[in-house]
Design a binder for this molecule. Structure first.
Ligand SMILES: [Zn+2]
Length: 457
């Protein structure tokens, strides 16, 4: 019971850290800590934030008697953060150490500005330190291909967190020139790489094509969802283990990270309380059921967020983690709700299944997919067009043959096949070896959608 078998996955180091932070010796103690921290957060938000004073009107901290009472709190949305801005703050402007401005392609209007105090930044550093101990060891060197080279940015925080465990982090920022990044990787005697999934895949596949690829101990993928096929390709090229990190700026950059069992994320449970809620009525769902991921900050000083809707779709894994940890496991996030397109036939298309089919093809570096003319009106007769653009390494291959192959791979995706069979969908595939404008570095990849005017509600 105490130790995993020698060959089995090592228990996540997040567990002793989370329990120690909560002053708990077991799960019941952790839940008592979370309840206490939730009440304190509600009390603080109500008295210090003009937004929450109104938003939580009629609700007292004493009304929260169990963690189930979390459901009595209203959600906080991205629009609230965008619209209310500084009114969410619980500290004076002088206590704000860092502001991260988020612009998204999803909406127009004011950007989101997330504020952090020095104490908030320290909690992120602490999580990065414990989270990275899953995949690197003292003495290792890590190439960091994430933005934020400046003090307080994500790359910089990660570098400082690694230094706490005697690991050297080299921050290069997102990949803008693949050959240059590959050169740095080849020369740097690195043990691990941290980066954005498609960017890291692009490096691995180019490295393989150039011959004699580097060998790495581990890779951490962050910022966007990581298709399984992409993970397998990186693992086989560099002979490494690939771990997935889940985190958004709103979570305080870090939310959770996989353990060696790769069964899903163990979460930063002393700082964040996660729920999965029903998409239609907002009710918290039992483990095993898919819904929207919602989190509440328990220790955030500058800008607490209560029941913040992430727009990510996932579920809690109902089984205990094979690593032996008692912490909850959130299944790897594969898709954003905004990236799901409902066809007239009722079929739902999203990028995740297409990604699995397409990234499994050799030499695929990136995929962009868009649906035009999709209608949410059931029974609408018009067919939508699924347009797939694929960036492929190398110019040797017959492009038409590759496009046919990609088309056949897509036909294996049940939602695509069903919609094509029902004459609801036409698929167009185009492959290129560049130039490529499909992905903008740190932006999350999504199935883009363009409604045709006549079916717009
Ligand atoms: Zn585990």
């Amino acid at each position: 019971m105490k130790a995993s078998p020698a060959a089995g996955p090592r228990r996540t180091p997040l567990e002793p850290w989370v329990l120690a932070r909560a002053g708990a010796s077991d799960l019941a103690g952790l839940r008592r800590y979370q309840l206490r921290a939730l009440r304190e957060t509600v009390a603080r938000a109500k008295t210090r934030s003009p937004f929450y004073a109104t938003h939580l009107d009629g609700l007292e901290p004493g009304d929260i008697r169990s963690l189930e009472d979390l459901a009595r709190l209203p959600f906080t949305t991205a629009d609230d953060v965008r619209r209310e801005g500084m009114r969410l703050l619980c500290v004076g402007a002088g206590d704000v150490e860092r502001i991260v401005t988020l612009t998204t392609s999803e909406t127009t209007g004011a950007p989101k500005r997330i504020h952090f105090s020095a104490a908030d930044q320290e909690l992120t550093l602490d999580f990065f330190h414990r989270g990275m101990s899953v995949l690197v060891d003292p003495g290792d060197r890590v190439l960091i291909l994430l933005p934020g080279e400046r003090p307080g940015g994500v790359g910089d925080l990660l570098r400082r967190a690694l230094a706490r465990m005697d690991v050297e982090g080299v921050v290069r920022g997102p990949v803008t020139d693949a050959q240059e990044a590959l050169g740095a990787l080849g020369d740097g005697r690195f043990d691990a790489v941290v980066g954005i999934p498609v960017q890291v895949l692009g490096l691995a596949r180019r490295d393989a094509l150039a011959g004699d690829p580097v060998r790495l101990k581990s890779v951490l993928l962050s910022t966007d969802h990581a298709p399984e096929a992409l993970v397998r390709a990186i693992e086989s090229t560099w002979g490494c283990r690939v771990f997935d990190h889940y985190g958004t700026t709103e979570m305080g950059l870090g939310g959770g990270v996989e353990c060696e069992a790769h069964a899903g994320y163990h979460l930063r449970e002393a700082d964040l309380l996660f729920e999965v809620v029903d998409l239609d009525n907002g009710v918290a769902l039992p483990d095993g059921e898919y819904g929207e991921v919602v989190f509440t900050t328990l220790t955030r000083e500058a800008m607490p967020l209560l029941r913040y809707r992430t727009g990510d779709r996932s579920r809690f894994v109902p089984a205990a983690c094979p690593c032996g940890s008692r912490l909850r496991v959130l299944e790897r996030v594969r898709t954003r709700l905004a990236g799901r397109v409902r066809l007239g036939s009722g079929a739902v298309l999203d990028l995740a299944a297409m990604d699995e089919a397409l990234f499994a093809l050799p030499n695929v570096l990136d995929v962009h997919a868009g649906v035009a003319g999709a209608s949410s009106v059931a029974g609408d007769g018009a067919a939508a067009t699924l347009k797939i653009d694929i960036l492929v390494a190398g110019t040797e291959d017959d492009r038409c043959a590759f496009e046919r192959r990609a088309g056949r791979a897509l036909a294996e995706v049940p939602a695509v096949a069903g919609a094509v069979y029902a004459h609801q969908l036409v698929v167009e595939v185009a492959a290129t070896d560049g130039p490529w404008t499909g992905t903008n570095g740190t932006m999350k990849r999504m199935l883009s959608q363009a409604h045709s005017p006549e079916v717009r509600a």
